[in-house]
Design a protein around this ligand. Sequence first.
Ligand SMILES: Cc1ncc(COP(=O)(O)O)c(C=O)c1O
Length: 383
Amino acid sequence: MSPLEVKALSLTEMRTHRSTKWRDFPADVLPLPVAEMDFPVAEPIRKVLIEMVEHSDLGYLGAIPEVGESFSQFAMARWGWNLDPNQVYMSTDVGVGVVELLRLFTQPGDRVLINSPIYHNFYTWIEETHVTKVDVPHLLESDGWKIDWPALEAAYKTGIKVHMVCNPHNPLGRVYSREELLKIAHLAKEHGVIVISDEIHAPLTYSDSNFIPFLSLGEVAEEIGVTVTAASKGWNIAGLKCAIIITQGQVMAKKLEKLPPAVHYRASLLGGFATAAAYSHGVEWLDAAIRTLDHNRYFLQELLAKKIPAVGYHVPDCSYLAWLDLSALNLGPNPTQTLLERGKVAFNAGQDFSPHTPQFVRLNFATSEEVLIEAVDRILKSI
Ligand SMILES: Cc1ncc(COP(=O)(O)O)c(C=O)c1O
């Protein structure tokens, strides 16, 4: 039997989709922002959703032990992480999970650390919970983006309540090494910092990189860390509204007892069972999707090298977001806007990830070769 192939749906079909990526722009714009894939949904997820709709099984959700059990089996098989499924809790989505954790751990005005450039909703979650942002930006070195350790330690010394870590990293596409994560865990313990690890992109790590779940690092990480993740990125089901919050240490589990029960009940029944189906029966699909994305990350590199070599691009370790440095193209103070106006091509704007990266755009390559060729041609046309 030939291996499963997961390929992008046609542009004509994608343009009928109702999600924000396909509704936010006029028909003459080619959209490549928003972290969702142009791929058809995995069969096991389609099956459970159809079954539930056909049986009018659309009520309120109660306990869904299948979610924790399926995630723990997936995490063991994928990353060798032996976790307690009883410490896996549901939430509406990763955003709601992080906001509720911030509400639990902080008082308004407390200091919360991020490392920019960073997924733009880290900023909105900080605003929503009225905490104070402390940014220790990544440093761009010859071999990629690095944590600024002296600045991080100095910031920890000033009194940080929570460090929000994004691993794998959006938009940089990096997975942090075991050494880096251990260093964060030990520093956090020393300075009384809680680490919230957003691991939503982890299932999409390429086979030449090694994703390390924060809570797999042992006792210190378990004591000070809590993970928020979901099947929504790996299996492209963000619209179903279900994420998971994970603790592994008793100290952290105790703290989470104070989370309002509604954090669980505000997830969706469809999302819960789709999530369990993804973790337990969706691995073949996931691996096929990763093969296509793996091809695309290098296809984009070749395309840029051939047509616009001045664009800076580090091939990501994970996921389908390319963080492109357009500084050399002289597209003005807001390249995203210029590209939209001149080239009719949409990306996420660099300044949404950091005030220091306005010359970057984030391109979503979970699409077809045709769309990528057209997108690069539209950038070229805009110069
Ligand atoms: C790092 C990261 N965290 C969270 C999210 C959003 O997750 P959710 O839709 O579950 O809130 C995204 C979406 O792109 C993301 O990239």
